[in-house]
Design a protein around this ligand. Structure first.
Ligand code: ADP
Ligand code: MG
Length: 150
């Protein structure tokens, strides 16, 4: 478990850009944290680091937004997913188990469907502009090229 202190939105941007730049594809990042923690902002900054040109925003009325790039980014926001079973009924699992990068807000909603190799980032709001990031992974060897850089 790594703990990182972020003191401003600019530091969050630097962090997101840096890890996005390390992605090769087939990474799944689960973002935990309350509403307003900064999950969507971090997603946007990771997307920038991956070279995604589209503007990444909160997928308010959709569960999944797909951004095309050298590596595609699948941005899931499961806040409004009512049943875990809906996730594969609607075919979202096809995207999750691909060679794209997946970033998932509210991954708690599909606990039983998550891939086995994931990176988990818990964002805690410590003040208006400060955040603590708790970073862990289910497969430290696989994600070594990311973990050693943060
Ligand atoms: N260091 C920071 N990192 C991320 N967001 C921050 C930070 N400081 C302030 N904010 C603000 O917090 C809010 C986070 O919103 P958002 O990313 O939509 O959160 P979530 O997706 O977790 O609900 C935004 O209004 C953003 O400007
Ligand atoms: Mg959000």
């Amino acid at each position: 478990m790594k703990k990182i202190t972020i003191n401003s939105i600019d530091e969050m941007k630097d962090f997101g850009n840096k890890i996005g730049n390390l992605f090769k594809g087939s990474e799944t990042i689960c973002l935990y944290g309350d509403l307003g923690a900064g999950k969507t902002h971090l997603t946007k900054f990771i997307g920038e680091g991956m070279g995604i040109r589209d503007y990444i925003t909160s997928p308010t009325f959709s569960i999944l937004n797909i951004y095309e790039g050298t590596i595609n980014l699948n941005h899931f926001d499961l806040y409004r997913l009512e049943n875990q079973g809906d996730f594969d009924d609607f075919g979202f699992d096809e995207y999750l188990f691909s060679e794209d990068v997946n970033i998932i807000e509210w991954p708690e909603r599909i606990r039983d469907y998550l891939p086995k190799d994931i990176i988990e980032i818990k964002i805690e709001k410590t003040s208006e502009n400060s955040r603590t990031l708790l970073i862990s992974t289910t497969n430290p060897e696989k994600f070594d090229y990311i973990l050693e850089m943060i």
